[in-house]
Every structure is written in structure tokens, then in C-alpha cells.
Design a protein around this ligand. Structure first.
Ligand SMILES: [Zn+2]
Length: 78
């Protein structure tokens, strides 16, 4: 883990806002590596948005952008 990287637990609030449920204990499977693990253990990088990466192969699992517009305040997940 480098200084700019967090784990999925660090963005628990953002994930709950995007998915409307507690996500850090949800288990996901990497489409590239095939490894399964809790979302709380993924690697998180923050910049203009939030990028979740597989802790095993660094594959991008999700990109989340938060819109500050009052008309659509929900985060966009891609
Ligand atoms: Zn992977």
C-alpha cells in the first residue's frame, strides 16, 4: 500500500451513497484475475474521482464520480 492508496473501508460512506447498502463487507470477484474478496479490501485511489482496483492484479473494478449538482446528487458508478 503506497501513501496515495487507501482501502475500500476508507470510502465506505461514498459506496453506501452509491449503492444504498453497506458495501465494505460485500464480496466481489475480479473479472480479470478471478479472485474474490470483500470490497473493504480493494485498493482505492482518489483524484478527480475515486477508482477501486483489485488488490491482486490492479484491474479497475469501478470508477465513481460524485456530482455536486443539486438535481442529481447521486454518485455515478462506472
Ligand atoms: Zn484482479
Amino acid at each position: 500500500m503506497d501513501a496515495l492508496m487507501l482501502d475500500g473501508n476508507a470510502v465506505a460512506g461514498l459506496l453506501q451513497e452509491a449503492f444504498a447498502v453497506e458495501m465494505t463487507t460485500a464480496v466481489g470477484t475480479c473479472a480479470s484475475f478471478g479472485a474474490a474478496g470483500p470490497v473493504g479490501a480493494v485498493h482505492v485511489y482518489r483524484g478527480a474521482g475515486t477508482v477501486l482496483r483489485c488488490p491482486h492484479c490492479d484491474n479497475t473494478l469501478a470508477k465513481i464520480v460524485k456530482n455536486d449538482s443539486p438535481e442529481s446528487p447521486e454518485p455515478l458508478v462506472a
